[in-house]
Design a protein around this ligand. Structure first.
Ligand code: 3HC
Length: 299
């Protein structure tokens, strides 16, 4: 399919939508790679938190001698916070990192298609929603692609790139080069539910909930078992809290609906925690309790 997408060397201006943990991390990476970044969020408080988190994250790199103070300052200067989507009309690449809802994302893609220049590439950081379906909401499906980052984006080395059914080869190449430019190792997935990593990770997390739910072991022993027994940096229940239990549940539902196998059916305990608002670390309560920033095994 013909495409008007910008070549990788032309990706100089990047729009990042959503100033949460993922969006702020992505903005930081793009700015550190020399791009001008427009970080968009309708919530001014989210933008303030994002700027503070980017400053602190870059500050850690300065403290460790990995970047200079000047490079840190330059990166921060390259990020402009905006609240109106119209401001993205001149960017070469948009990376959307908003709420994990297909309807909300589709509406955004329709708007981006209308507002951005014809050569702009539209990427989604979705954890599991079909890129093909997001692309079909636009008039430029060949320029829509998945860029799935991992939390925390400045630390995690992986970037999963997802081709939609119509993603053009030159768009894939441009995004792959850009991803390498921001320091990531790229893997490529076809557009099937959960892509590669969540297809494998979420059933493991779900199984950990089943083990807890059916009384196989305590949460601490399940996590310690997987940390020390398989050398994971976090146990699966702690990781679920870190990702957000609502996000885990939403990905499992996409896997269950899309692949139609009961093995993906979310554990009732996970559903109950989400229903109760125990969404994980971001809410101070998930499988574990988190008080004043201190990780606690209580609760
Ligand atoms: N910016 C800069 N540096 C950071 C940082 C940030 N945002 N967050 C952590 N770091 C650095 C710290 O400075 C520290 O550096 P050092 O070792 O040189 O001193 C290092 O990272 C480790 O951090 P901490 O000491 O604070 O804490 P931990 O050792 O517990 O590591 C962790 C934290 C990196 C998050 C580690 O626990 C980990 O890798 N956990 C697993 C994370 C994971 O699996 N993420 C993927 C989730 S799945 C996903 O995102 C997909 C989605 O679709 C669901």
């Amino acid at each position: 399919m013909a495409t008007q997408a910008a070549a990788t060397s032309e990706i100089a201006a990047v729009g990042v939508i959503g100033a949460g943990q993922m969006g702020s991390g992505i903005a930081q990476l793009a700015a550190a790679a020399g791009c001008g970044v427009l970080l968009l969020d309708s919530d001014p408080a989210a933008l303030s938190r994002a700027v503070a988190s980017i400053s602190s994250s870059l500050g850690r790199l300065v403290a460790k001698g990995q970047i200079s103070q000047a490079a840190c300052d330059d990166s921060i200067k390259r990020i402009k916070c905006v609240s109106d989507v119209q401001e993205l009309q001149g960017v070469d690449l948009v990376i959307e990192a908003i709420v994990e809802s297909e309807d909300v994302k589709k509406k955004l893609f329709v708007e981006l298609d209308r507002i951005t220049k014809p050569s702009a590439i539209l990427a989604s950081n979705t954890s599991s929603i079909s890129i093909t379906r997001l692309a079909s909401a636009t008039s430029r499906p060949s320029q829509v692609i998945g860029m799935h980052f991992f939390n925390p984006p400045p630390i995690m080395k992986l970037l999963e790139i997802i081709r939609g059914a119509d993603t053009a080869e030159e768009v894939f190449s441009a995004v792959k080069c850009f991803s390498e430019r921001i320091g990531k190792t790229v893997i490529c997935s076809q557009d099937y539910p959960g892509f590669i990593v969540n297809r494998i990770l979420m059933p493991m997390i779900n199984e950990a909930f089943w083990a807890l739910y059916t009384g196989v072991a305590t949460k601490e022993d399940i996590d310690t078992g997987m940390k020390l027994g398989t050398n994971h940096p976090m146990g699966p229940l702690q990781l679920a809290d870190f990702i957000g239990l609502d996000v885990c549940l939403s990905v499992l539902r996409v896997l269950h609906n899309g692949l139609g196998d009961n093995k993906y059916s979310p554990c009732p305990l996970l559903v109950q925690y989400v229903d109760a608002g125990r969404l994980g670390k971001k809410r101070g309560q998930g499988v574990y309790s988190y008080g004043r920033g201190v990780y606690s095994y209580g609760g």
